[in-house]
Design a binder for this molecule. Structure first.
Ligand SMILES: [Fe+2]
Length: 337
């Protein structure tokens, strides 16, 4: 008989093992320490529970009938919703090969049977802490992205601008071979590249006519403000170059630093192409949206003038053939980048 679950002060633990007696033992040990324990007698049951409930750590048996621990682990890592959940693999007589395989599949830690209670608790506690830290980073990122969407929405004509910039920049990044953090920087940085506009007043941001020099100066501070906002958030530092440098120009005539050519970080140059293209292909107060060919024609002239990276602009032409209908800007109106 298992103890009544207490509030999950210690975290939610999923025990996956086809031996009911072993699951019961772990349930009793962990429940006494304030963990909420969920049990799965098979890999299939485990995946069903993971789809329904927030789990902080999975204790996974390696050898089960039916779906093996390796398969369950592979599924967990492949699903975006569960990819960062710590998985501690419970092993009996696991071979070195099996352990190496589990490490390649993304196991967090091992716990060899038989184990001491203290060892189990230490392993589970550190895994839950790791999960909480990952959640906090994800929350911070979501707050920033939500804030960027609010900024887009302040001006009905820039609605979804950031989503489109992220899409264009991500696909251009892929096309030129960006990977890992750089690809993340253009995808996610695209979403919040204009974050600093939170510090630009509505009177300036929404002004339909030409900006005065003072208003333009305020507008041009948005990359600096964006960097200031992100500076304290280490988890988003990979996107700082995008936020800070997306208004630089190759000939040094951009802002805020007046960098030129390859001094401008590649991730920023990629985002700039996406940003300018989206601005041109959505309507503005004073003109209708340009067609893709018209926009590319203008950008080509500007690249020859020395503003944009001509090589990236050429690669961008290939990206445009893949634009889905859902990204069509015709109903989304005018924008000011
Ligand atoms: Fe901008």
């Amino acid at each position: 008989m298992s103890a009544e679950p207490k509030p999950a002060l210690g975290g939610n633990v999923l025990v996956v093992d086809d031996e009911a007696s072993f699951r019961r033992l772990l349930r009793e040990l962990l429940t006494m320490q304030g963990f909420r324990v969920h049990e799965a007698g098979s890999g299939e049951d485990a995946l069903a529970i993971l789809a329904e409930r927030p789990i902080d750590v999975v204790l996974l048996d390696l050898n089960m009938d039916g779906m093996s621990g390796h398969e369950v682990l592979t599924w967990i890592r492949a699903d975006k919703a569960t990819a960062f959940i710590p998985v501690v693999m419970i092993t009996g007589g696991a071979t070195t090969e099996e352990k190496l395989r589990a490490l390649e599949e993304g196991v967090t830690d091992f716990l060899a049977k038989p184990f001491k209670t203290e060892e189990l608790l230490a392993r589970v506690r550190s895994s839950v802490q790791m999960k909480r830290a990952t959640d906090a980073l994800e929350d911070a990122e979501n707050v920033i992205i939500a804030l960027a969407k609010v900024i887009d929405a302040r001006d009905p004509y820039t609605c979804f601008h950031s989503d489109r910039v992220s899409w264009y920049a991500g696909h251009l990044g892929e096309a030129i071979g960006l990977r890992g953090n750089e690809l993340d920087a253009v995808r996610k940085g695209g979403l919040f590249h204009d974050l600093g506009k939170v510090a630009v007043s509505d009177g300036v941001l929404l002004k339909p006519g030409r900006l005065t020099p003072e208003e333009m100066a305020q507008m041009k501070r948005h990359p600096v403000e964006g960097r200031r906002l992100l500076a304290g958030m280490k988890s988003l530092s990979y996107a700082l170059d995008v936020v800070y440098h997306h208004h630089e120009r190759s000939d040094g005539s951009g802002y805020p630093c007046g960098l030129s050519g390859e001094e401008i970080p590649l991730v920023a140059r990629v985002t700039t192409i996406a940003d300018i293209y989206d601005a041109l292909t959505t309507a503005r107060v004073y003109r209708a949206a340009l067609t893709p060919e018209e926009a590319l024609g203008i950008m080509k002239n500007e690249a020859e003038k020395g503003w944009w990276d001509a090589r990236l602009l050429e690669a961008f032409r290939g990206v445009l053939s893949k634009v889905p209908d859902s990204l069509a800007p015709e109903s989304l109106g005018r924008t000011r980048t």
